[in-house]
Write a protein that binds this ligand. Structure first.
Ligand code: F6R
Length: 633
């Protein structure tokens, strides 16, 4: 029977601590089934997915093979989908992905592996797809289907508009899906327009379905798929029609489910501080009233009578939350010297702090906290802005070519005016000849990295940092890797540890704590945590506070915010102009469509201010939000 808290949920949903725990649970189901069938000398038929979501699952299956003697000899696999038009050996083909991430590391017989073939001639695709369906049937049907979910709500490549009866077929990819894949392909132009995918009907025929999802970016689509009515506009919602589908999700991806977002609507609550804040802020929004005008009746009519009984009357609750919010707003992110800091987010001493701002790649910190960086500098703190990676993967060939042509003509011009013949820069030839489908060579990547590092330095200087305060750490995991396949190692941690020990900061600013675990932000945050583990016995660490800032594509929720730094109209303009220096990052904010980074930063900052204003606090132009990292000890 369904727990009371899950009344709104139409699909069995398991919320796990993190992606590792969730992947372990799904892996267990698969491992147990493989063992059971192997004892009965029967095959197991698995439907598999690609993308970043199942990476930990595959890692766990490989481990079970290597360390626990699990054999995959009795396993037959059918993959969900494949890009149309890609060679198998293309670095982004799903064929390559599956071999790299799973098949090459287990003992599955090659003839048991089935993936749609993206090279089938157009006029044979229909028959090919029919045959794929037939092969699944002949194998006995799918025992378990593994799924991820796209931001459009797609499963496989069944984009919005797909019918619940659809079968394996050729589809056109949604614009948003292509945009999300642009980073992997190093440019949207290089992302194929079509794919072959199993249909929703094919998926629904599986005996059991496990859908996994990680990170804040999936939260909204998960809540709709689980709680809204099934509709073709959101293909994953059709999974509600299956009797044996389970969603395994992490806490961040669960954050929009009613039982997490508004737990008071589904049962008794443990009213800790953040939850009270969340409830009162929500109520004020629902009633469209400032906090101080909420009445007892508002609380009871909106399902908050339990809170009212425990902490009311409304007047007390309102005042407590109003003060709490008010105190989180400070123009002194480094602490206000000589002021009583009992209720201030940051301590007063030492007066001049060493503040270390860590940015997974250039642009992230500048978007999340550009105005705060500027403020810390002007208030006399010793600020270092360190970019963990160069961000070269996010520079398009077109921008690199433009820069190389320009650099080359400057050199030629100088050469001519000096009486020489001028010279061309070596990377130019390579860029001129490079096709969009080809991977960037180390020279091209280094050149693209140089572009972003220069943009970062110019941006930092616009925020009043001196160039020596801006560091480019070039962590090896990034320079060697590609999106979703980063393999951070010991030497990455060592570089961070060295930086921390050199600076011995009083404050560190970082982000990535709620991102998809395979994203650059989350990988960077993971490395940061490892570095912290190494330094946490150091003396200086005992006096260091870590602040988390908002990711570049969304706002930290108001109720989680513990420090809000006001941004005046001039400061906002200055921040926007600073970010403007990222010429190669036009329309490149991952997850945001057709908006420039500076527009996104401006509108998120304004939105934070509007939210505070609507709650009845002061009216600011914009705010930047921060949260104290609790796992620090
Ligand atoms: C992959 C697939 C897609 C992905 C989805 C999520 O074979 O069919 O539906 O599962 O796009 O992708 P990630 O896991 O990369 O977020």
């Amino acid at each position: 029977m369904k727990a009371e808290a899950q009344v709104y949920e139409k699909i069995n949903t398991v919320i796990c601590r993190d992606a590792v725990e969730a992947s372990e649970q799904v892996a267990r189901e698969i491992i147990d089934l493989i063992r059971k069938r192997s004892e009965e000398s029967k095959p197991v038929v698995l439907g598999l997915a690609t993308g970043s979501t199942p990476l930990l699952l595959y890692k766990r299956l490989i481990q079970a093979h290597r360390d626990e003697g699990l054999s995959f000899k009795n396993v037959i696999t059918f993959n969900l989908d494949e890009y149309y038009g890609l060679e198998r050996e293309h670095p982004e083909s799903y064929w390559k992905f599956m071999h790299d991430q799973l098949f090459d590391h287990i003992d599955i017989p090659a003839e048991n592996i089935n993936l749609p073939d993206g090279r089938v001639p157009r006029d044979e695709v229909f028959a090919y797809c029919q045959n794929y369906e037939k092969q699944i049937e002949e194998a006995g049907g799918l025992d378990i289907q593994i799924l991820g979910i796209g931001r459009t709500g797609h499963i496989g490549f069944n984009e919005p508009g797909s019918s619940e009866d659809s079968l394996t077929r050729m589809v056109t990819l949604d614009h948003l899906t292509r945009k999300d894949a642009a980073r992997d392909f190093q440019g949207e132009n290089a992302v194929p327009r079509n794919a072959i995918t199993m249909g929703i009907g094919t998926i629904l025929k599986a005996e059991k379905i496990y859908l996994m999802a990680w990170g804040q970016a999936k939260a909204e689509i998960i809540s709709k798929a689980v709680e809204a009515e099934p509709t073709g506009v959101l293909p994953a919602s059709f999974l509600q029609l299956h009797k044996n589908a389970t969603f395994y999700i992490d806490r961040a991806a669960a954050s929009e489910l009613t039982r997490i977002k508004r737990p008071w609507l589904v049962g008794p609550c443990d009213w800790e501080r953040v939850l009270i804040r969340k409830a009162v802020i929500w109520l004020a929004r629902e009633r469209d009233k400032p906090v101080l005008k909420l009445r007892d009746a508002d609380y009871s009519e909106f399902g908050l009578s339990e809170l009212l009984t425990d902490y009311g009357p409304a007047y007390d609750l309102n005042i407590a939350i109003f003060n709490d919010l008010q105190r989180s707003i400070t123009g002194w992110p480094g602490g206000k010297p000589d002021a009583d800091d009992t209720y201030r987010p940051e301590r007063a001493l030492p007066k001049q702090k060493r503040s270390l701002v860590l940015s997974p790649e250039p642009l992230i910190a500048e978007m999340g906290m550009g105005a705060t960086i500027r403020r810390l500098v002007s208030q006399g703190h010793e600020v270092t802005l360190a970019h963990l990676c160069s961000g070269n993967l996010a520079v398009s060939d077109r921008d690199a070519l433009y820069a190389a042509e320009f650099a080359s003509s400057v050199i030629a011009e100088e050469g001519d005016s000096n009486g020489g013949t001028g010279s061309r820069i070596p990377v130019l030839k390579e860029l001129r000849e490079k096709s969009p489908y080809e991977d960037a060579s180390p020279t091209v990547r280094a050149f693209k990295g140089l572009l972003r590092k220069n943009e970062a330095t110019t941006t930092g200087m616009a925020l009043k940092l001196e160039s020596k305060q801006i560091r480019h750490l070039d962590l090896p995991f990034y320079e060697k890797g590609r999106y979703r396949r980063f393999k951070p190692e010991e030497d990455d941690v060592a570089i961070l540890v060295e930086l921390l020990r050199e600076i011995q900061p009083h404050q560190i600013y970082m982000t990535g704590h709620q991102s998809d675990p395979s994203s650059l932000d989350a990988v960077s945050f993971g490395l940061f945590k490892q570095a912290v583990d190494e330094v946490k016995a150091d003396d200086w660490w005992q006096d260091c506070r870590v602040w988390l800032y908002s990711p570049s594509d969304s706002l930290m929720p108001c109720h989680e915010t513990e420090m809000s730094v006001p941004v005046s109209p001039d400061e906002l303009q200055e921040k926007v102009m600073a970010i403007y220096n990222y010429h190669t990052q036009r329309s490149q904010v991952p997850g945001i469509e057709n908006q420039e980074a500076w527009d996104v930063a401006r509108s998120l900052g304004r939105k934070a201010a509007e939210e505070i204003d609507a709650l009845g606090l002061a009216e600011y132009e914009a705010l930047e939000r921060f949260q104290h990292w609790k796992e620090q000890a």
